[in-house]
Design a protein around this ligand. Sequence first.
Ligand code: NAP
Length: 497
Amino acid sequence: MNGEPDLYVGGQWRHASDGGTRESINPADGSVAAVVDEATDADAREAVSAARAAFDDGAWRATTAAERSILLDRIADILQRDKESLSVLETRDTGKTLVESRIDIDDVTSVFRYYAKLVGVEADRVIDVGDPAVISRVVREPIGVCVLIAPWNYPLLQMSWKIAPALGAGCTMVAKPSEVTPLSTIAFVHLLEEAGVPGGVVNLVQGSGAALGAALTDNPDVDFISFTGGLATGRTISKVAAEHVTKVAVELGGKNPHIVFADIGTGDAWDASVDQVLTGVFLHSGQVCSAGTRLIVEESIADDFVAELVTRAEKIRMGDGMDAASETGPLVSEQHRAKVEGHVASAISEGAKLVTGGSRPSDATLEKGSFYLPTIFDRCDRSMGIVREETFGPILTVERFTEEAEAISLGNDTEYGLAAGVRTSDPARGERVVRALRHGTVWLNDFGYYTAAAEWGGFGKSGNGRELGPTGLAEYQELKHIWHNTAPKPAGWFKGE
Ligand code: NAP
């Protein structure tokens, strides 16, 4: 970063082989946050080869679960020690507020702590095959060389959901952060080195996904690809990996419904619902895969509910994430803001009723950043692109319903299936609706929370893998059945007569 080498291959820090660099832009003001090395295709191939060699060498995968657990805990300690500097990097690179970045680093830490406790806990499965001389057991082994590709919205958090279980399982890996937000991952890999991760076990390349994609995914030396990002990229990677029969887990986008029944109550209960619908969609300017972008609200309260949302949305304080007064930051880049603006223009042309936002803020102090106002469209329906496609920006659409079955049907009427929220004071209805929704995470009277101990992933086109929880570790393991006969006898099938 800024002249220091940023690629980490086989335990060595180095510059790109062609000397290439890229500016990482602070979206709050358009300034250059840092200049980082930009890997070439050859660098990426070397990184995969280094991970392959470190795996095949056998020393790392022969470490005990207890040794890897101690390492994961040490990494968690170092993360907490450097929480502030990592948070500042994350804010400068993504634009999110410093408060959010600090929460991210705490979450990253909790993922390492969780897997430190989990590794080695899953016992081998011993099977009684009916012959006391035979010991039949199923053991877990590391899957091998992993390519870990992360998006820009939660750069270090998304990467930690991959690196922590991969290390815990005894895999080796190549990490590739988004070219838009590489800074926290570069700093983190320095910390992994300090914590004692052996050379070659974690390798790091950054650069354009389009340029490095083939080297990382169209590569027979790779055993597993864990990808988080958009649907189109997920499709591309899945197709390429299929040629090598490489296992792939893709964690993709969402178009997440937040269903509000008229029985939510009044007073504090009403306020909690308004607040969580607002936070669920406008946190991090809507650049959250599980953002509740589709409000599906019962007709009898819809006018009042939307009116209050509009009032609250117009009070959201936007600004540089480093400013403690800012409640939300900019979009990650000018390019991304242009995409959001395109979606808003289409929504208007399709007849969605714009009730607030729909433009850049007029505040002159925000002019240099890629800010966009919290935006709400009322009177939306499924025929509109703004209801179907993921915008990944601060846009809330409102659909209305009158019957419970209609709410469920609307909630499931999406090609995605990442997350959903339901708000009702009737526990029986709540249970009915959450079970009927086809989404990977469903919150009942809450929104947006998760824990490292519970699986995260999508139904439908939101993905085919699971991160976090025991399954998040199992993704990085192969199962091997060992049949050990302690008193072998002839099979006696062929008589030799
Ligand atoms: P993206 O454009 O698909 O990129 C994701 C990552 O893939 C980046 O590191 C990107 O590199 C890389 N990439 C691009 N083309 C590639 C290729 N051909 N081969 C290999 N890698 C390639 O997604 P994004 O815009 O960064 O992220 C936003 C998306 O992520 C949204 O759809 C969001 O919903 C989703 N997301 C999902 C989850 C989840 O848990 N399901 C969590 C967070 C985000 P470059 O950036 O360098 O091009």
